[in-house]
Design a binder for this molecule. Structure first.
Ligand code: QAP
Ligand code: CO
Length: 168
């Protein structure tokens, strides 16, 4: 197990579109274990493989208070179930220190493979539904800052670029 390095906005690698996983094998399960270790260490509630520079369709999530409910979504497919919209102050491990309100569909159905390659479906709402959509966006090369104004996004980019220069 290992804590992996998380790419930070505006790293262009975060714009890569992830490919479907062809075979859920021990390599994929080892990556999932490392992704959970990285997410819990951060700590965060969700992480997409794209954020650790692996461009395959894998998401790990745990929105439980006591960090006891790890969820894995491989090759996720999302359907919106109704028109209701949910607002949430989203953050992202790839945009550390910044939170902005984003609107997304409140009720979704997600179909995916689990860590054994078995298909499953669920119909989450609220925070879990928001988190799945946020992480699915990462697999498409999208970030939550794409939904806010250009002015706000550029301010965040400038601040993070300055931090990255100081760290270099
Ligand atoms: C995505 O985000 C998410 O800025 C998961 O300094 C967030 O785990 C989906 C984090 C909210 C829906 C709602 C962020 C940790 C963690 C930071 C995270 C930070 C430290 C973010
Ligand atoms: Co994120």
């Amino acid at each position: 197990m290992a804590v992996l390095e998380i790419l930070e906005f505006p790293d262009p690698r975060l714009r890569t579109v992830a490919k479907p996983v062809e075979k859920v094998d021990d390599r994929v399960r080892a990556l999932i274990d490392d992704m959970f270790e990285t997410m819990y260490d951060a700590p965060g509630i969700g992480l997409a493989a794209s954020q650790v520079d692996i461009h395959e369709q894998i998401i790990v999530i745990d929105v439980s208070e006591d960090r006891s409910t790890p969820l894995v979504f491989i090759n996720p497919e999302i359907e919106v179930l109704d028109q209701e919209i949910f607002q949430y102050d989203e953050g992202c491990l790839s945009v550390p220190g910044f939170y902005e309100t984003v609107e997304r569909p409140k009720h979704i159905r997600v179909k995916a493979l689990d860590r054994n390659g078995q298909p499953f479906a669920m119909e989450p709402e609220g925070l879990l539904a928001v988190c799945i959509q946020h992480e699915q966006d990462h697999l498409l090369g999208k970030l939550f800052v794409d939904y806010i104004s250009t002015l706000k996004r550029n301010r965040i980019r400038n601040k993070l670029e300055k931090q990255h220069r100081r760290q270099a």
